[in-house]
Design a protein around this ligand. Structure first.
Ligand SMILES: [Fe+2]
Length: 176
């Protein structure tokens, strides 16, 4: 594994933008993605990284100091912006470009809200990420406001990094 979840968390781009959309939601989605990926034979490393980064493209839609939900609904392109932001962050951290592209695409397609006609056919990885997001969603977008301390987020992601490494070790053993 070139890049760990904890190193992603520590990067200033993630510190600014993952936190803007909700760090607790991002960590929870990474955990859901791990479980769903295992159920569906998808690489949990890619699923967890994409799920952790899926909302990194969020912009703040404020009007007169208040969040304007209709403005957001009409103009939001967070998945497009997020795909590019996630890709840039991963490449800067030294991620394998093939993996960085897969993750960027999973971020791009985790929602179809910005696509006219909403027609998406997802790959298994992309579907795991979309599903992980759905599982953690709360009515009225409340999942974006749940809180978690940096310390706890770091601990939880370190645990997930360990699980991913263990998964890789086991799959290597099975192959040899
Ligand atoms: Fe989300």
């Amino acid at each position: 594994m070139n890049v760990t979840l904890t190193s992603i968390l520590s990067h200033p781009i993630a510190q600014k933008y993952v936190k803007r959309a909700g760090l607790a939601h991002a960590v929870a989605c990474a955990y859901h993605a791990f479980e769903i990926a295992l159920e569906r034979n998808v690489d949990p490393e890619l699923a967890c990284k994409a799920a952790f980064l899926h909302d990194i493209g969020h912009y703040t839609w404020y009007k007169n100091g208040k969040w304007d939900y209709s403005l957001y609904k009409e103009n939001d392109i967070h998945a497009i912006k997020g795909a590019e932001r996630a890709h840039k962050l991963l490449i800067r951290l030294g991620e394998d470009p093939v993996i960085a592209k897969e993750i960027a695409l999973a971020v791009l397609l985790h929602t179809d809200s910005y696509i006219p006609g909403q027609l998406i056919t997802r790959t298994p990885l992309q579907d795991v990420v979309a599903r992980a997001d759905e599982v953690d969603e709360e009515p009225g977008g409340n999942h974006h406001y749940r809180m978690i301390s940096d310390e706890r987020a770091h601990k939880m992601l370190a645990k997930l990094d360990e699980r991913i490494l263990l998964f890789h070790k086991k799959s290597e053993k099975q192959l040899s």
